[in-house]
Design a protein around this ligand. Structure first.
Ligand SMILES: N[C@@H](CCC(=O)N[C@@H](CS)C(=O)NCC(=O)O)C(=O)O
Length: 216
């Protein structure tokens, strides 16, 4: 059995932003059942969890004698071991993996910077001056991403783990309004969110907060 960790009380109230969501989504896409161990913020910093995750974060992934942290690694692990998230062609597979890295290394950092700016730095005297710099760096990533996607459904042929990660990263921008400046990216995210596996993962994450388990 696979066990992942997630927030006992997610700051987003279970609305899909906590990073266990991308692992849940990948598990749903490849049809693997899993259990969730919920952690308080204190428990995340205790030795038992630090042995699994050196930075005291969620999610982690345990399967038999394998323990992983970092969502990129976990999603890639699932995609490599189960059909459905990576193409068979070796070059297409390498390109799909490249999009996982692009999502995490190139697109996610400026998006997370916006979260930091708004949530943790809003009361600093320089916050208002910094905000346009941060949003400008996001647009500098979204414009070429939008150009590359064009009118395609997914980034490189069929839906892959690369799309799963890119959609997961872009979702955080929905509330800012920046995503809607790029209609093809907004539609791309909506396509990801419409996938049955995404819906199941979302409902399961939300149920932690509401206490209502999804049917089935
Ligand atoms: N790069 C890590 C980031 C993990 C991360 O930031 N997790 C957040 C939840 S989404 C967390 O645990 N935050 C609490 C903390 O850092 O103390 C990954 O992709 O797994």
């Amino acid at each position: 059995m696979i066990t992942i960790t997630a927030f006992e009380r997610s700051p987003d109230r279970g609305r899909g932003l906590a990073r266990d969501m991308r692992v849940r989504w990948a598990l749903e896409e490849v049809g693997q059942p899993y259990e969730v161990r919920l952690l308080s913020f204190n428990a995340m910093k205790e030795p038992a969890h630090l042995a699994l995750h050196p930075f005291g974060q969620i999610p982690t992934y345990e399967e038999d004698d394998l323990a992983l942290f970092e969502t990129g690694s976990i999603v890639l692990h699932l995609a490599e071991r189960h059909p459905g998230l990576l193409p068979n062609d070796i070059n297409a597979r390498a390109r799909a993996i490249t999009w996982i890295f692009a999502a995490l290394n190139t697109v996610e950092p400026p998006i997370m910077d916006l979260t930091t700016t708004k949530l943790l730095e809003a009361d600093r005297p320089w916050a208002a001056e910094r905000l346009p710099l941060v949003t400008g760096r996001i647009r500098a990533r979204l414009a070429p991403l939008s150009a590359r996607l064009g009118d395609a459904d997914w980034l490189d042929g069929a839906f892959s783990a690369g799309d799963l990660m890119m959609v997961s990263v872009l979702i955080r921008l929905k509330v800012s309004g920046i995503l809607s400046e790029y209609p093809n990216l907004a539609a791309y995210v909506a396509r990801g969110e419409a996938r049955p596996a995404y819906r199941r993962a979302f409902e399961a994450q939300l149920a932690v907060f509401t206490g209502n388990s999804p049917p089935g």
